[in-house]
Unconditional design. Structure first.
Length: 313
Protein backbone atom coordinates (compact mmCIF):
# COMPACT_ATOMS: atom_id res chain seq x y z
CA UNK A 1 0.00 0.00 0.00
CA UNK A 2 2.87 2.31 0.85
CA UNK A 3 4.49 1.45 -2.46
CA UNK A 4 1.29 2.38 -4.30
CA UNK A 5 1.20 5.74 -2.55
CA UNK A 6 4.83 6.42 -3.43
CA UNK A 7 4.18 5.50 -7.06
CA UNK A 8 1.19 7.82 -7.23
CA UNK A 9 3.19 10.64 -5.66
CA UNK A 10 6.02 10.08 -8.12
CA UNK A 11 3.56 10.17 -11.00
CA UNK A 12 2.03 13.41 -9.75
CA UNK A 13 5.45 15.00 -9.29
CA UNK A 14 6.46 13.89 -12.81
CA UNK A 15 3.33 15.43 -14.30
CA UNK A 16 3.94 18.68 -12.44
CA UNK A 17 7.56 18.76 -13.59
CA UNK A 18 6.52 17.98 -17.16
CA UNK A 19 3.89 20.72 -17.06
CA UNK A 20 6.45 23.23 -15.80
CA UNK A 21 8.87 22.14 -18.52
CA UNK A 22 6.21 22.46 -21.22
CA UNK A 23 5.20 25.86 -19.92
CA UNK A 24 8.83 26.96 -19.99
CA UNK A 25 9.29 25.76 -23.56
CA UNK A 26 6.00 27.33 -24.64
CA UNK A 27 6.90 30.61 -22.94
CA UNK A 28 10.32 30.70 -24.63
CA UNK A 29 8.71 29.89 -27.97
CA UNK A 30 6.06 32.57 -27.48
CA UNK A 31 8.74 35.07 -26.50
CA UNK A 32 10.73 34.27 -29.61
CA UNK A 33 7.60 34.53 -31.75
CA UNK A 34 6.74 37.85 -30.13
CA UNK A 35 10.26 39.13 -30.67
CA UNK A 36 10.17 38.02 -34.32
CA UNK A 37 6.76 39.63 -34.79
CA UNK A 38 8.11 42.83 -33.28
CA UNK A 39 11.12 42.76 -35.65
CA UNK A 40 8.86 42.21 -38.66
CA UNK A 41 6.53 44.97 -37.48
CA UNK A 42 9.45 47.37 -37.09
CA UNK A 43 10.82 46.47 -40.55
CA UNK A 44 7.41 47.02 -42.13
CA UNK A 45 7.15 50.36 -40.33
CA UNK A 46 10.64 51.32 -41.57
CA UNK A 47 9.79 50.42 -45.16
CA UNK A 48 6.45 52.30 -44.96
CA UNK A 49 8.34 55.36 -43.73
CA UNK A 50 10.93 54.92 -46.48
CA UNK A 51 8.19 54.67 -49.13
CA UNK A 52 6.61 57.92 -47.95
CA UNK A 53 9.98 59.67 -48.13
CA UNK A 54 10.75 58.01 -51.47
CA UNK A 55 7.70 59.53 -53.18
CA UNK A 56 8.69 63.00 -51.98
CA UNK A 57 12.35 62.53 -52.92
CA UNK A 58 11.57 61.27 -56.43
CA UNK A 59 9.02 64.05 -56.96
CA UNK A 60 11.71 66.56 -56.00
CA UNK A 61 14.13 64.86 -58.38
CA UNK A 62 11.61 65.05 -61.23
CA UNK A 63 11.13 68.77 -60.57
CA UNK A 64 14.87 69.53 -60.56
CA UNK A 65 15.60 67.38 -63.63
CA UNK A 66 12.65 68.92 -65.51
CA UNK A 67 13.70 72.46 -64.67
CA UNK A 68 17.21 71.77 -65.96
CA UNK A 69 15.81 69.95 -68.99
CA UNK A 70 13.93 73.10 -70.02
CA UNK A 71 17.12 75.11 -69.55
CA UNK A 72 18.96 72.58 -71.73
CA UNK A 73 16.32 72.84 -74.46
CA UNK A 74 16.54 76.62 -74.19
CA UNK A 75 20.34 76.46 -74.66
CA UNK A 76 19.98 74.03 -77.56
CA UNK A 77 17.52 76.29 -79.38
CA UNK A 78 19.82 79.29 -78.89
CA UNK A 79 22.87 77.38 -80.15
CA UNK A 80 21.11 75.76 -83.12
CA UNK A 81 18.90 78.72 -83.98
CA UNK A 82 16.02 76.34 -84.57
CA UNK A 83 13.05 74.79 -82.79
CA UNK A 84 12.78 71.32 -81.24
CA UNK A 85 10.09 69.54 -83.23
CA UNK A 86 10.12 66.35 -81.12
CA UNK A 87 9.75 67.98 -77.71
CA UNK A 88 8.43 64.86 -75.95
CA UNK A 89 11.31 62.66 -77.15
CA UNK A 90 13.97 65.26 -76.31
CA UNK A 91 12.48 65.92 -72.88
CA UNK A 92 12.44 62.18 -72.15
CA UNK A 93 16.07 61.82 -73.29
CA UNK A 94 17.16 64.70 -71.08
CA UNK A 95 15.47 63.34 -67.96
CA UNK A 96 16.83 59.83 -68.49
CA UNK A 97 20.25 60.42 -70.10
CA UNK A 98 20.86 64.17 -69.73
CA UNK A 99 21.48 64.46 -73.46
CA UNK A 100 20.01 65.74 -76.72
CA UNK A 101 20.74 63.58 -79.76
CA UNK A 102 23.26 61.70 -77.63
CA UNK A 103 25.21 64.82 -76.66
CA UNK A 104 25.29 65.43 -72.92
CA UNK A 105 24.01 68.86 -71.86
CA UNK A 106 26.23 70.20 -69.07
CA UNK A 107 23.38 72.25 -67.59
CA UNK A 108 21.80 68.96 -66.47
CA UNK A 109 24.69 68.70 -63.97
CA UNK A 110 24.09 65.01 -63.15
CA UNK A 111 20.46 65.56 -62.12
CA UNK A 112 18.98 63.04 -64.57
CA UNK A 113 16.55 60.68 -62.88
CA UNK A 114 18.53 57.38 -62.87
CA UNK A 115 21.43 59.12 -61.10
CA UNK A 116 19.05 60.79 -58.65
CA UNK A 117 17.29 57.53 -57.79
CA UNK A 118 20.58 55.65 -57.56
CA UNK A 119 21.67 58.09 -54.86
CA UNK A 120 18.45 57.33 -52.97
CA UNK A 121 19.16 53.63 -53.49
CA UNK A 122 22.60 53.99 -51.90
CA UNK A 123 21.14 55.74 -48.86
CA UNK A 124 18.48 53.05 -48.53
CA UNK A 125 21.15 50.34 -48.51
CA UNK A 126 22.63 51.91 -45.36
CA UNK A 127 19.32 51.12 -43.66
CA UNK A 128 19.38 47.55 -45.06
CA UNK A 129 16.61 48.42 -47.53
CA UNK A 130 16.96 47.19 -51.11
CA UNK A 131 15.45 49.42 -53.80
CA UNK A 132 15.02 48.24 -57.38
CA UNK A 133 13.20 50.25 -60.03
CA UNK A 134 12.47 50.57 -63.72
CA UNK A 135 11.56 53.88 -65.38
CA UNK A 136 8.89 53.15 -67.97
CA UNK A 137 7.70 56.53 -69.27
CA UNK A 138 8.00 60.30 -68.89
CA UNK A 139 5.29 62.71 -70.06
CA UNK A 140 5.20 66.50 -70.11
CA UNK A 141 2.01 68.46 -70.77
CA UNK A 142 0.26 71.69 -69.83
CA UNK A 143 -2.00 71.76 -66.78
CA UNK A 144 -2.56 75.51 -67.29
CA UNK A 145 -1.17 78.20 -69.62
CA UNK A 146 1.49 78.98 -66.99
CA UNK A 147 2.33 75.54 -65.67
CA UNK A 148 3.60 72.20 -66.95
CA UNK A 149 2.88 68.80 -65.43
CA UNK A 150 5.61 66.18 -65.58
CA UNK A 151 4.44 62.60 -65.11
CA UNK A 152 6.90 59.81 -64.36
CA UNK A 153 5.74 56.18 -64.63
CA UNK A 154 7.93 53.60 -62.95
CA UNK A 155 8.00 50.16 -61.35
CA UNK A 156 9.32 50.07 -57.79
CA UNK A 157 10.36 47.03 -55.76
CA UNK A 158 11.40 47.50 -52.14
CA UNK A 159 12.48 44.87 -49.62
CA UNK A 160 14.88 44.57 -46.72
CA UNK A 161 18.04 42.49 -46.77
CA UNK A 162 16.44 39.88 -44.50
CA UNK A 163 13.41 39.66 -46.80
CA UNK A 164 11.06 40.08 -43.85
CA UNK A 165 8.96 42.64 -45.74
CA UNK A 166 8.42 43.50 -49.38
CA UNK A 167 6.56 46.18 -51.33
CA UNK A 168 6.28 46.43 -55.13
CA UNK A 169 3.98 48.19 -57.58
CA UNK A 170 3.72 50.40 -60.64
CA UNK A 171 3.78 54.03 -59.59
CA UNK A 172 3.00 57.36 -61.28
CA UNK A 173 4.70 60.40 -59.77
CA UNK A 174 3.61 63.85 -60.94
CA UNK A 175 5.06 67.27 -60.29
CA UNK A 176 4.24 70.78 -61.53
CA UNK A 177 6.69 73.24 -63.05
CA UNK A 178 5.87 76.91 -63.72
CA UNK A 179 7.09 78.30 -67.07
CA UNK A 180 7.51 81.83 -65.76
CA UNK A 181 11.07 83.06 -66.28
CA UNK A 182 11.90 80.78 -69.21
CA UNK A 183 12.75 82.28 -72.59
CA UNK A 184 10.12 82.40 -75.30
CA UNK A 185 11.56 80.27 -78.15
CA UNK A 186 9.70 82.31 -80.80
CA UNK A 187 11.73 85.40 -79.99
CA UNK A 188 14.99 83.45 -79.75
CA UNK A 189 14.64 81.79 -83.16
CA UNK A 190 12.97 84.55 -85.17
CA UNK A 191 15.39 87.23 -83.96
CA UNK A 192 18.44 84.95 -84.26
CA UNK A 193 19.01 85.32 -80.54
CA UNK A 194 19.24 89.12 -80.65
CA UNK A 195 16.07 89.69 -78.63
CA UNK A 196 15.28 87.54 -75.60
CA UNK A 197 11.84 87.72 -74.02
CA UNK A 198 11.23 85.99 -70.69
CA UNK A 199 7.75 84.64 -70.07
CA UNK A 200 6.09 86.79 -67.40
CA UNK A 201 2.30 86.76 -66.89
CA UNK A 202 0.69 90.18 -66.90
CA UNK A 203 -1.30 91.33 -63.88
CA UNK A 204 -3.06 93.98 -65.96
CA UNK A 205 -6.79 93.43 -66.50
CA UNK A 206 -7.81 96.86 -67.77
CA UNK A 207 -5.56 97.88 -70.65
CA UNK A 208 -7.16 101.24 -71.43
CA UNK A 209 -9.36 103.78 -69.70
CA UNK A 210 -10.89 106.13 -72.23
CA UNK A 211 -7.95 107.77 -73.98
CA UNK A 212 -5.54 106.61 -71.29
CA UNK A 213 -3.36 103.78 -72.64
CA UNK A 214 -0.68 103.74 -69.94
CA UNK A 215 -1.50 100.19 -68.82
CA UNK A 216 -1.32 98.90 -72.38
CA UNK A 217 2.05 100.57 -72.87
CA UNK A 218 3.36 99.03 -69.64
CA UNK A 219 2.20 95.64 -70.91
CA UNK A 220 3.93 96.16 -74.26
CA UNK A 221 7.13 97.71 -72.91
CA UNK A 222 7.67 94.89 -70.40
CA UNK A 223 6.94 92.15 -72.94
CA UNK A 224 4.28 90.65 -70.66
CA UNK A 225 2.02 87.73 -71.57
CA UNK A 226 -1.66 87.01 -71.22
CA UNK A 227 -3.50 83.70 -71.65
CA UNK A 228 -5.30 83.37 -74.99
CA UNK A 229 -6.67 80.16 -76.48
CA UNK A 230 -6.02 81.21 -80.08
CA UNK A 231 -2.31 81.54 -79.33
CA UNK A 232 0.35 78.81 -79.08
CA UNK A 233 1.24 77.32 -75.70
CA UNK A 234 4.79 77.28 -74.35
CA UNK A 235 5.34 73.66 -75.45
CA UNK A 236 4.06 74.56 -78.93
CA UNK A 237 6.45 77.51 -79.02
CA UNK A 238 9.33 75.13 -78.36
CA UNK A 239 8.26 73.28 -81.51
CA UNK A 240 7.73 76.45 -83.57
CA UNK A 241 4.03 75.62 -83.84
CA UNK A 242 2.02 78.85 -84.18
CA UNK A 243 -1.44 77.28 -83.94
CA UNK A 244 -3.89 77.98 -81.14
CA UNK A 245 -4.12 76.05 -77.88
CA UNK A 246 -6.36 75.94 -74.82
CA UNK A 247 -3.15 76.72 -72.94
CA UNK A 248 -2.02 79.46 -75.31
CA UNK A 249 -0.21 82.64 -74.28
CA UNK A 250 0.67 85.79 -76.23
CA UNK A 251 2.63 89.01 -75.98
CA UNK A 252 3.11 92.14 -78.07
CA UNK A 253 6.34 92.30 -80.05
CA UNK A 254 8.17 95.50 -79.04
CA UNK A 255 9.46 96.80 -82.37
CA UNK A 256 11.54 99.49 -80.66
CA UNK A 257 13.56 96.68 -79.08
CA UNK A 258 13.83 95.00 -82.48
CA UNK A 259 15.05 98.21 -84.04
CA UNK A 260 17.65 98.65 -81.30
CA UNK A 261 18.85 95.11 -82.10
CA UNK A 262 19.29 96.10 -85.77
CA UNK A 263 16.44 93.87 -86.91
CA UNK A 264 14.33 94.76 -89.93
CA UNK A 265 10.82 95.86 -89.02
CA UNK A 266 7.64 94.58 -90.65
CA UNK A 267 4.41 96.54 -90.85
CA UNK A 268 1.96 94.03 -89.40
CA UNK A 269 0.13 93.14 -86.19
CA UNK A 270 2.46 93.09 -83.18
CA UNK A 271 0.73 90.13 -81.52
CA UNK A 272 3.76 87.82 -81.31
CA UNK A 273 2.58 84.67 -83.08
CA UNK A 274 0.95 86.78 -85.82
CA UNK A 275 4.05 88.92 -86.30
CA UNK A 276 6.32 85.87 -86.49
CA UNK A 277 4.05 84.01 -88.90
CA UNK A 278 3.99 84.28 -92.68
CA UNK A 279 0.47 85.73 -92.48
CA UNK A 280 -0.39 89.42 -92.50
CA UNK A 281 -4.06 89.88 -91.57
CA UNK A 282 -5.69 93.30 -91.58
CA UNK A 283 -4.31 95.45 -88.80
CA UNK A 284 -4.61 98.91 -87.30
CA UNK A 285 -2.45 101.40 -85.42
CA UNK A 286 -3.46 102.11 -81.80
CA UNK A 287 -3.83 105.80 -80.96
CA UNK A 288 -2.06 107.24 -77.92
CA UNK A 289 0.55 104.49 -77.96
CA UNK A 290 3.44 104.15 -80.46
CA UNK A 291 3.67 104.83 -84.17
CA UNK A 292 4.58 101.17 -84.77
CA UNK A 293 2.10 99.40 -82.47
CA UNK A 294 -0.44 97.59 -84.62
CA UNK A 295 -3.10 95.06 -83.78
CA UNK A 296 -5.18 92.58 -85.78
CA UNK A 297 -8.64 91.33 -84.93
CA UNK A 298 -8.40 87.67 -85.97
CA UNK A 299 -9.34 86.43 -82.52
CA UNK A 300 -11.07 89.45 -81.02
CA UNK A 301 -7.76 91.08 -80.10
CA UNK A 302 -9.28 94.55 -80.38
CA UNK A 303 -11.85 93.74 -77.70
CA UNK A 304 -9.33 91.81 -75.58
CA UNK A 305 -7.05 94.82 -75.30
CA UNK A 306 -9.93 97.36 -75.15
CA UNK A 307 -8.73 99.46 -78.08
CA UNK A 308 -11.81 99.51 -80.30
CA UNK A 309 -12.16 103.28 -79.85
CA UNK A 310 -8.45 103.87 -80.45
CA UNK A 311 -7.69 102.08 -83.72
CA UNK A 312 -6.80 103.93 -86.91
CA UNK A 313 -5.42 102.82 -90.26
Amino acid sequence: MAIGKKAALFTILSLVFLSILMMSVTTKHSTKMSERSLVIKERIHSIDHFIDDLDVDIQRGVFIASFRALLAMQQYITAEGDFITEVDDVFNELLINGSIDGNYMSVMNDTELPLWIDRIKQEAAKATIVLNYNLTDVRVYHSSPWELSIELSMFIDITDTGETARWSRNQVITTSLPIEGFEDPLYTVFTEGRVINLITPTNITDFTNGQNTSNLKVHVDAGLYRAKNSSPSYLMRLKGNLSGSLYGIESFVNLKTFEDASLSIEEKSCIDYVYFSGNNPEHWLIDNTYNWLRIDNQSNHIADYEVGHLISS
